[in-house]
Write a protein that binds this ligand. Structure first.
Ligand SMILES: *Cc1c(COP(=O)(O)O)cnc(C)c1O
Length: 432
């Protein structure tokens, strides 16, 4: 299968090139040239299949021209090592819990898949591939845990010293092995600038194979469609209309839901739910798309002012803005509303994290207008990952899951670095 750029349909590359480059040379995002579709009859069979069985079929349909059956199975098995249960919170309101992976956020799905696929695609090269990642917290842990022990690949994480939560820091600095952590004397933007400059440096690129595993990579984007199929398969009753509410920042998750719909999954409606960073909801109510500086909120993994997957959304609707606005409703919510939602749902016996709370609010708002739906909202992170905010909202102590506790016990291992490119270049040049 070939992949084309959202800015130029004539620019086509192989899967290998799309995954190793990440971004198209014209700065577009890669899309699969054809989207395979499943017959309606298959949708009825879904409830008899396990998550992995669904994965083999969906990933098989997309990747069978590039990978062997054994590789597809290995890829899916490596990605789906944890469940994504569907929990009924209220009548016709379901939470799709995507936080049961090693770093307790839905990014584990994309990061694990990307890591394994990249490992397969670079497998024959004698030289090590280095993944450079700048992180403000969540991405670093998902990518590091995804790539841990992947042969032929080394991950170099740059993060701002003292600017990530202790818990987040432990999730990537305690792994060791093929994960190297650079603790940068600066802020997140410094880390990002260092990585960007390294990709542009001819000397470094001559010597080393450098690549990125950022969120616009097709290998991180595509596997996110799997849990939409799985959620549908686990709905107790499949009659009537179905709506998914997706708490969104860069909009990769929502775009993956629309990909699932294009493959034949019977989803009638999507909700783009955001915090005060509302450029997409604003677009969906009839305005132009206009990027804005990001605003800090309680749901900080969605503090994005210029959503990078927006071109993918437009592309999935073939540029038809009316169709886009009809199928995707956009709502945004304040921090105060987020806290209220966490409180009211806690009284119902369910604990939301701030991101899931935004998804829940979007769904409830939609159901007020049209009750005739079954709704699923995506719960994208474990509440324990945002312990302080959640405990303050619900006035209770949270019980942290064991896998968070395991990270807490680990020994932090980092290399200090100043924010100057010279020192970063020196560090990279010394690698073999
Ligand atoms: C990254 C993230 C999001 C936003 O997902 P996008 O695909 O960027 O829209 C939502 N919730 C959590 C917890 C995240 O880490």
């Amino acid at each position: 299968m070939q992949y084309y750029s959202t800015t130029n349909r004539e620019l086509k590359v192989s899967l290998q090139e799309a995954v190793l480059k990440g971004l198209a040379p014209d700065n577009g995002l890669f899309m699969p040239l054809t989207i395979p579709t499943f017959p309606e009859a298959w949708m009825e069979e879904l409830s008899n299949l396990s998550f992995r069985e669904i994965g083999y079929r969906v990933i098989g349909a997309l990747f069978s021209s590039d990978l062997t059956d054994a590789q597809i199975q290995e890829l899916v098995d490596h990605t789906l090592t944890f469940d994504a249960p569907l929990v009924e919170v209220e009548q016709n309101v379901f939470s799709l819990e995507l936080f049961h992976g090693p770093t307790l956020a839905f990014k584990d799905f994309g990061a694990r898949f990307c890591a394994k696929l990249l490992g397969m695609l670079v497998g024959t090269s004698a030289k090590k591939t280095r993944i450079l990642v700048a992180t403000s917290g969540d991405t670093g842990s998902a990518v590091a845990n995804g790539f841990l022990n992947v042969a032929g690949v080394e991950v170099i994480i740059l993060y701002p010293k003292g600017k990530v939560s202790l818990l987040q820091e432990k999730q990537f600095t305690t792994l060791g092995k093929n994960i190297i952590c650079l603790e940068v004397e600066g802020v997140f933007d410094d880390c990002q600038a260092l990585v960007k400059q390294a990709f542009l440096d001819p000397e470094l690129n001559e010597k080393l194979i450098l690549t990125s595993a950022n969120s616009i990579n097709v290998a991180r984007w595509i596997p996110q469609c799997l849990y939409y199929f799985y959620a549908y398969s686990r709905l107790p009753k499949k009659t009537g209309k179905i709506v998914f509410s997706v708490p969104s920042g860069n909009f990769g998750n929502l775009a993956a839901g629309i990909l699932a719909q294009r493959m034949g999954l019977p989803i009638s409606q999507f909700i783009a739910a955001t915090n005060e960073n509302k450029v997409v909801p604003t677009f969906l109510t009839g305005s132009y798309f206009e990027a804005k500086p990001s605003i800090p909120t309680l749901s900080n993994a969605m503090d994005v002012g210029n959503p990078s997957n927006f071109p993918r959304l437009v592309n999935l609707f073939e540029g038809d803005e009316e169709k886009f606005r009809n199928q995707v409703k956009g709502y945004f919510f304040s921090d105060a509303q987020t806290v209220q939602a966490m409180q009211s749902v806690y009284r119902l016996g369910y604990t939301l994290d701030p991101h899931g709370a935004i998804g829940y609010l979007g769904l409830k708002k939609f159901l007020e207008i049209d009750k005739d739906y079954q709704g699923i909202f995506l719960e994208t992170a474990h509440p324990g990952k945002f312990q302080e905010v959640v405990e303050k909202a619900i006035s209770e102590k949270l019980k942290l899951p064991e896998r968070l506790a395991i990270f807490q016990k680990g020994e932090k291992n980092t290399i200090p670095l100043t924010a100057s490119f010279e020192s970063f270049k020196q560090f990279l040049s010394a690698l073999d």
